[in-house]
Design a protein around this ligand. Structure first.
Ligand code: 2RA
Length: 327
C-alpha cells in the first residue's frame, strides 16, 4: 500500500528535511502535496524527480484527502490546522510544541515509547529536538537503574532557530546589525533559548523537563540549562543522572554498544556536532560514574537536531504506524 502525504511548512528547514528523509527512506508515497504561507505560493519544489508547486495552506487544503500530514510550521499554524486535518481522518505528526503536553496527545520517540500509539492517535506530537536525543539513552538507564533525577546542560546549534539562526551566525561574523537573536552568536554563546518564564527558566528548559517526564512516563526531578552556541547543526547535551539502584557501568556500556539506535564512543572518546550532521542516530560518549553522588552517571549526547531531532523522528513515527497497521 502507498500513502498520500501532505507537508505543511514545506519551505522551512525541517520541512525541507522531511522531503529529504522521505526520499532517502523510500517512504511508500502514492501522492505528496506541499503547503506553506501565501508568500511561497507557486514556488517550485523538487521531489523524487518531479517538480511540484507549493500551495498556500487554507482550511480546505486537506479536502482532497491525505493519510499523513507532517507539520513543521510553528505552533499557531498547528493549533489552527492540525484539528481540521485530524477531523478528516488524516494522521497529523506535528513538530511544533503546540500539542506536546496536551492530555490525550501522544508525544513519541519511536525507540522509547512507540507502544503508546493506537489507531485513535490522529494528532501525534514530535518532541523538542533536545528532548528526543536525550530520552533515547536515558530510557536505557531508566530500565536498568530507575532514574530519580536528571540535570541537563545543552549546547544547541543555531539551526534550532531555522534558517534565521544560521543567518545570524554569518551576520555576526560580518558584524552586521538587524540580528535575529538579542545578542551576536558569533564567537559567543548565551543561556537563552525561547522566552523566559516567571520561574527564571526558559521555555526551552521547561520543554525538556516536561517532555522528558511525559515520554518516560514517570515523575523525575529534572533541571535544565539550555545554551545557544555558534554551531550550525548538531545539539550536544551534558546529562547528569541519579538513580535508585547502583550503576553497573559495564552493563550500561554493553547495553549502549548493543543498541542500534545509539553510536557509542568508548572510554574517553566522544562525539562532536561535526560527527553527527546528516546522521539519524544518537551519539553517546564520555560515559562515567558521577562520583559526587551514590548512584550517578554522566553522559555526553550529540545528534543532528534537524534530522533525528525533528524530521527523521517524525517520519519514523509514520513508519511505525504503518508497520503496526495503525493507519
Ligand atoms: C531550538 N529546540 O533549538 C529549539 C527549537 N528547535 O531552537
Amino acid at each position: 500500500r502507498k500513502y498520500r502525504v501532505a507537508i505543511v511548512g514545506a519551505t522551512g528547514m525541517v520541512g525541507q528535511t522531511f522531503i529529504e528523509v522521505l526520499k532517502e527512506r523510500q517512504f511508500p508515497i502514492e501522492s505528496i502535496s506541499f503547503f506553506a504561507s501565501a508568500n511561497s505560493h507557486g514556488r517550485e519544489i523538487a521531489f523524487d524527480g518531479k517538480i511540484y508547486l507549493i500551495e498556500t495552506l487554507t482550511k480546505s487544503s486537506f479536502d482532497r484527502g491525505f493519510d499523513f500530514a507532517l507539520f513543521s510550521a510553528g505552533s499557531d499554524i498547528s493549533l489552527e490546522y492540525a484539528q481540521i486535518a485530524a477531523d478528516q481522518n488524516i494522521i497529523v505528526i506535528d513538530n511544533s510544541s503546540a500539542w506536546r503536553m496536551k492530555p490525550g496527545i501522544s508525544l513519541v520517540v519511536p525507540e522509547v515509547n512507540a507502544s503508546v500509539l493506537t489507531k485513535n492517535d490522529k494528532i501525534i506530537a514530535n518532541p523538542n529536538c533536545s528532548t528526543i536525543q536525550a530520552v533515547v539513552p536515558l530510557k536505557i538507564i531508566d530500565d536498568l537503574f530507575n532514574i530519580t533525577r536528571i540535570t541537563y546542560s545543552t549546547y544547541q546549534a543555531v539551526s534550532g532557530s531555522g534558517y534565521q539562526g544560521i543567518a545570524d551566525l554569518k551576520r555576526g561574523y560580518n558584524n552586521e546589525e538587524n540580528l535575529f537573536y538579542d545578542k551576536s552568536i558569533y564567537d559567543n554563546c548565551f543561556p537563552h533559548i525561547d522566552d523566559f518564564l516567571e520561574t527564571g527558566y526558559t521555555k526551552e528548559e521547561q520543554k525538556m523537563i516536561d517532555e522528558t517526564m511525559k515520554i518516560l512516563n514517570k515523575k523525575i526531578k529534572i533541571s535544565a540549562t539550555c545554551v545557544r552556541i555558534p554551531v550550525t547543526i548538531g545539539h550536544s547535551i551534558s546529562v547528569h543522572v541519579e538513580c535508585e539502584k547502583a550503576i553497573d557501568l559495564n552493563q550500561l556500556r554493553h547495553a549502549y554498544k548493543e543498541n542500534n539506535d545509539i553510536v557509542f564512543y568508548e572510554h574517553n572518546t566522544y562525539p562532536t556536532p561535526k560527527d553527527v550532521v546528516g546522521n539519524d542516530l544518537v551519539h553517546v560518549g564520555r560515559l562515567r560514574k558521577d562520583l559526587s553522588v551514590d548512584h550517578g552517571v554522566i553522559l555526553w549526547v550529540v545528534a543532528d537536531n534537524i534530522r533525528k531531532g525533528a524530521a527523521t523522528n517524525a517520519v519514523q513515527i509514520a513508519e511505525y504506524l504503518i508497520k503496526e497497521d495503525l493507519v
